[in-house]
Design a protein around this ligand. Structure first.
Ligand SMILES: [Zn+2]
Ligand SMILES: [Zn+2]
Length: 280
């Protein structure tokens, strides 16, 4: 079965994320390993990692994925570029210490430059990072983006170009975000349309590279390029696309993570809806 869960906070300590996930009945969680809006970071102390790993092992949570800092932009040609490379390497180190295998990463922003050149720079930097961390198993999952402005990753062609440019490295994958895909023009509201999306992903990067789903309804209509998440069933996507994903044997053991707003009942109600849509 697909593993359902939510993005949860680490406030109070990394192991608190496990408690929060358990309280919600999560089978998978996503966390930031540090403040996602600050560059500053430090390695995870072994004692903290041990506490986290003990809590995780004693819980019903099967998968933990990390979302990389929002500041990282591997396509940047100013000082942010090298800074991003360092930050992603540090993120890989932290995940390795915590026993986490997957990092979700926004592909970056071309900031007005030629998109293909920007994508090639991302490939080059990813290759270097993966090479320098070659003894780690941590994978980088490039997230499908809504296509706003200069943001890279709006379509499978762009994600394919990055992965291809990095020599189809086995530690590169993709995270599919339902809200972003819909904003970028993928209509997944009928079974046939959902199947077309799956076929496109298979054709572009191969389905074994899809390491995570972000399950978010979309506040905005199809193809608007606008990234605003809505509660499951309350946006333009409705319930059906989530049922297609959660009952598709393709996503056996794949983390399916809510990043829906924390207002009203927050994740608890959305978790209940996903459980129902999955039929158990
Ligand atoms: Zn994201
Ligand atoms: Zn989003």
């Amino acid at each position: 079965m697909a593993r359902i869960g939510a993005h949860v906070s680490i406030s109070g300590g990394l192991e608190k994320s496990i408690e929060r996930g358990e309280a919600l009945g999560c089978e998978a969680i996503q966390i930031f390993t540090k403040n996602q809006l600050q560059w500053r970071s430090s390695p995870v102390a072994q004692s903290k990692a041990d506490r986290f790993c003990r809590s995780w092992a004693a819980s019903g949570i099967e998968s933990v994925v990390v979302h990389a800092s929002y500041l990282i932009n591997l396509a940047a040609v100013d000082a942010t570029g090298p800074r991003s490379v360092t930050a992603l390497e540090e993120e890989i180190e932290r995940c390795d210490t915590l026993g986490i295998d997957d990092i979700v990463l926004h592909p970056g922003s071309s900031r007005g430059r030629d998109a293909d050149e920007a994508l090639d720079l991302v490939s080059e930097r990813l290759s270097q990072i993966l090479d320098r961390t070659r003894h780690k198993r941590v994978r980088i999952l490039l997230e499908t983006m809504a296509g706003q402005g200069d943001i890279l990753g709006r379509d499978f062609r762009q994600l394919k170009r990055i992965i291809e440019g990095a020599g189809w490295h086995y530690r590169l994958g993709v995270c599919m975000d339902t809200c972003h895909l819909f904003a970028a023009g993928h209509d997944i509201r009928s079974r046939a349309a959902y199947q077309r999306l799956v076929d496109q992903a298979e054709e572009a990067v191969g389905l074994d590279r899809v390491g995570c789903w972000h399950l978010n309804d979309s506040f905005h209509e199809l193809g608007r390029g606008l990234d605003r998440h809505a509660h499951i069933g309350e946006g333009a996507l409705g319930y059906e696309p989530f049922a297609f994903i959660l009952n598709d044997p393709l996503w056996e053991e794949t983390p399916c993570i809510l990043e829906t707003p924390l207002d009203s009942a927050g994740h608890a109600r959305n978790m209940a809806i996903l459980r129902k849509l999955r039929g158990g």
